[in-house]
Design a protein around this ligand. Structure first.
Ligand SMILES: *Cc1c(COP(=O)(O)O)cnc(C)c1O
Length: 386
């Protein structure tokens, strides 16, 4: 294994080495990590639900009734009453005919392409798509095409080169996970419809936070199942639990149940998790103050950044990256912030393009103004401001 050691050494030299910190507290704004109390600005727990007492209680109550393990895959005997109830709730919440649960978003994304496309078909990806969508496209037999970020004109040209007898699937992040901007879905879905292509939106970072009820970017843009036939979203971010789902037509969901290997050949997630998620969806829908408060924090953060000369990206979501550029520098800034009790991870290639290493700051409904002030004081002291 000598060659592995030298590869790891090279990775370190390139500033690409990744290291895990150990968290001892529950997820939240104030956490205990690597033995230090810090303010966290890098969780995807956008609504502050990951440690919510009512959701925890729902989980505990369901463990009492349903136990812990599901025991088998959904198609054997692992599909429990809470799983079924959650699927119905998610379908109704997103305004789709049906929904199907997956153990993780990564698995949902690798399931879709391989279940729907064959070797004669084509899959189109935005260049800034999440790694799981890229892997989903790579792991299916269809030919992979990539278009420039949100460039529906280039996508249209690429679609024009294909044949109508080929199945064509466009896959895009809804909210781009590392930049925080949104897919231009009005145009993308129009282009898809004009060319008879399918479009799939991964709303991992929009579900729960966007839309008046929190049903995500498609609710915000008022795009229905006809316009966006495949919706995928995750439950481990704003919803505060874990897992993911795909929502769409009866035929889509039935096809996934019959054909999607990452659905068929894996043990169903614990039933209690579905029960906890049901509770979490109720809170997401009812407590719109969480979205309002998050929106106020985003506006405050951006205003502070402008005053202090910290350059931001064109994002109006909870994801507010600060581009550093160099890998070593990004790591160094992140470590210096950690020393001051502020936790923001450095995101480096291949998660983001080479030369665009960044601090991926994420905001939560649980942040107060005073927390954001502390972040900017720390950024200022490590030299990130004009
Ligand atoms: C987090 C994420 C996923 C993966 O979801 P998991 O449930 O964490 O596996 C997929 N797509 C996007 C855009 C994500 O940010």
């Amino acid at each position: 294994m000598k060659e592995l050691e030298s590869e790891l050494e090279q990775r370190r030299a390139d500033g690409l080495y990744r290291k895990r910190r150990i968290i001892d507290s529950a997820q939240g704004v104030e956490t205990r990590i690597d033995g230090k109390s810090v303010l966290s600005f890098c969780s995807n727990d956008y609504l502050g639900l990951a440690n919510h007492p009512d959701i925890k209680q729902a989980f505990i109550d369901a463990v009492a009734t349903h136990g812990i393990g599901s025991g088998a895959a959904h198609l054997i005997n692992g599909h429990s009453r809470p799983h079924e109830a959650l699927e119905q709730r998610l379908a109704e919440f997103t305004g789709r005919e049906r929904a199907l649960l997956f153990s993780t978003g990564y698995m949902a994304n690798i399931a879709i392409g391989s279940a729907l496309l064959g070797r004669n078909d084509l899959v189109y990806l935005d260049r800034l798509n999440h790694a799981s969508l890229i892997d989903g496209a790579r792991l299916c037999d269809a030919r992979l095409m990539r278009y420039r970020h949100n460039d529906f004109t280039q996508l249209e040209a690429l679609l024009g080169e294909s044949h109508r007898d080929q199945r064509r699937l466009i896959m895009t992040d809804g909210v781009f996970s590392m930049d925080g901007d949104c897919a231009d879905l009005d145009n993308l879905s129009r282009v898809a419809a004009e060319h008879g292509a399918w479009i799939m939106v991964d709303d991992a970072h929009g579900f729960g936070v966007l839309g008046a009820r929190g049903a995500g970017l498609l609710e915000q843009l008022d795009l229905d199942q006809q316009q966006v036939p495949i919706l995928m979203a995750t439950l481990g971010k704003a919803v505060g639990t874990a897992g993911a789902f795909v929502a769409g037509s009866e035929a889509l969901i039935e096809t996934l149940i019959q054909q999607a290997r990452p659905y068929i050949y894996t043990t169903a997630s614990p039933p209690a998790l579905a029960a906890a998620t049901l509770k979490a969806i109720d809170i997401v829908e009812k407590e719109s103050w969480r979205r309002d408060k998050l929106g106020e924090s985003i506006a405050y953060f951006r205003a502070r950044a402008e005053t202090l000369g910290v350059e931001l990206m064109a994002s109006h979501t909870a994801i507010q990256p600060i581009i550093i550029g160099d890998n070593h520098k990004a790591l160094q800034v992140s470590n210096a912030l950690f020393e001051q009790g502020i936790h923001v991870t450095a995101i480096r290639p291949p998660t983001v393009p080479v030369g665009s290493a960044r601090l991926r700051v994420t905001l939560s409904a649980a942040h107060e103004r005073e927390h954001i002030d502390r972040l900017f004081e720390a950024l200022n002291s490590v030299g990130i401001s004009a």
